[in-house]
Design a binder for this molecule. Structure first.
Ligand SMILES: *Cc1c(COP(=O)(O)O)cnc(C)c1O
Length: 446
């Protein structure tokens, strides 16, 4: 056991013995090496290990607005933004104040609270399809609960999912597949038994599948944001709605990313489609752990204690997470979305121009307030599905990623992640990212 800090000898005058790791000024490498001795791979979510892009992660000390600072004191302009969870920017004063205000009153009770009621009301009022909302602790919990609920309501087992969509670490949705043809599921990872995915059908994104009366639900990212950023083609979401209705299957929108980011009413408002069940996470927790399932009242009332579909959670409806989430939603007025839309257009076009001037082949697909990057030859064509998304040049992305990091801009360490712009990304920040993009693209093109 490596000793934690001794405040009497620590060189840092303002040392907090709980967070100090001792041994003078820590480096990313020493801390990450030490983490690897305690945590598998040194990370608590696999993408953070930088396996896809090479190198080692920066270890974060603090963050504010659009910036993130590592333990060595290097500050980056951050386009990760906790994968979209902190839409207001890091340590936004409204969120910090709400958490500070809540924390002294206790951090979890195991009993109902006013804040969870308010957050559920707030979600319902912004998304009319969510007549009832159940809060939980992650997007993964939301998708697994939605699947259980859909199966419980319909009495059917089959789930249809789309290649390249991501729904968290939910067994039934961790399926291999992804080619142009529909496949019945094979496990997408070790540890998922065949039986868990035997009733999961994987079909290509942006093509309405023909369903039958075995299907309990279709689960879809209404804008795909985990294979780059891919828009639904005209008629796709409408077609899913109609096909689900035809066979009596439920339509589940996974709005863990798009919910309260794409528009005040999420993707379902932007595309005017009513989902039966909607999954949330990320934005609704203001950067604290949260998830939620919302939906039609008659469907949601199948959840325990009213109905036979079990759901429970010790920390569900957590006082701090609901305080932070309410503060975030409060700040997200319709004007804010107009502002975010402008910022995303501005930044994506500046990055596009910078890459073009530097001779680095890349395109920046934009869907509302979401944007992604596609590197290489595939860049010239609009990507509509996973097969096309996979044509992105991953090696070129890795070079660009490393060059951006060296220029002080943090992108997600994977070629298929979206870039997240929030209230912290002012015009000045956008200009600085654009300048860094030109220099990084020049390096990556060489
Ligand atoms: C992030 C994400 C999830 C999983 O949410 P966690 O809170 O990480 O469990 C599910 N679906 C989509 C679309 C996501 O982007």
């Amino acid at each position: 056991m490596i000793p934690f800090c001794d405040p009497t000898t620590c060189p840092d005058a303002g040392c907090n013995p709980v967070t100090c790791v001792g041994a003078g000024v820590p480096s990313n490498t020493t801390l990450f090496d030490r983490s690897k001795e305690a945590i598998p791979g040194g990370v608590n979510s696999s993408i953070r290990a930088f396996k896809a892009v090479g190198g080692e992660p920066y270890v974060v000390a603090r963050a504010s607005g659009a910036t993130i600072t590592d333990v060595e004191g290097t500050t980056y302009l951050d386009l990760v933004q906790s994968y979209g969870a902190v839409i207001l920017g890091h340590a936004h004063p409204a969120v910090t104040a709400a958490i500070t205000d809540a924390v002294g009153a206790g951090t979890s009770y195991g009993a109902p609270t006013p804040r969870e009621m308010k957050l559920a009301e707030e979600i319902s009022s912004r998304m009319p399809s969510c007549e009832r909302v159940r809060l939980m602790n992650s997007g993964t919990e939301a998708t697994s609960t939605a699947i259980r609920l859909a199966r419980g309501v319909t009495g059917r087992d089959r789930i249809v999912t789309f290649a390249g969509n991501f729904h968290g670490a939910t067994d039934a949705l961790l399926v291999a597949g992804g080619s142009g043809v529909a496949t019945l599921g094979l496990p997408g990872t070790a540890g998922v038994p065949n039986a868990s995915v035997a009733e999961t059908m994987v079909v290509p994104y942006n093509v309405v599948p023909q369903l039958d009366d075995k299907v309990a639900a279709v689960i879809v990212e209404p804008v795909a944001a985990n294979m780059g950023v891919v828009a639904p083609v005209a008629g796709f979401l409408e077609g899913l709605r109609a096909e689900c209705d035809r066979v009596g299957a439920l339509l589940i929108f996974d709005e863990v990313i798009t919910g309260f980011r794409l528009a005040p009413g999420g993707a379902q408002a932007k595309y005017d489609i009513r989902a039966d069940i909607t999954c949330f996470g990320k934005v609704i927790g203001g950067g604290l752990p949260i998830g939620a399932v919302g939906g039609r009242r008659d469907i949601m009332e199948h959840l325990s204690p009213l109905g036979p579909v079990f759901h429970a959670g010790t920390l569900s409806g957590n006082p701090l997470a609901t305080a932070a989430g309410l503060a975030a939603l409060d700040t997200l007025t319709p004007d804010v979305y107009i502002e975010l839309l402008a910022r995303v257009r501005h930044l994506s076009s500046k990055m596009r121009d910078a890459c073009a001037s530097a001779g680095f082949e890349a395109s920046f697909p934009v869907v509302g307030t979401l944007f992604g990057i596609v590197c290489g030859d595939a860049a010239s064509d609009a990507v509509t599905n996973f097969d096309e998304a996979k044509r992105t040049d991953e090696a070129a992305y890795s070079r660009f990623f490393q060059a951006m990091l060296a220029e002080g801009v943090a992108l997600a360490p994977g070629a298929y992640e979206a870039m997240f712009v929030g209230l912290g990304h002012t015009d000045e920040v956008i200009d600085r990212i654009a300048e860094a993009t030109f220099r990084a693209a020049t390096t990556a093109a060489a």
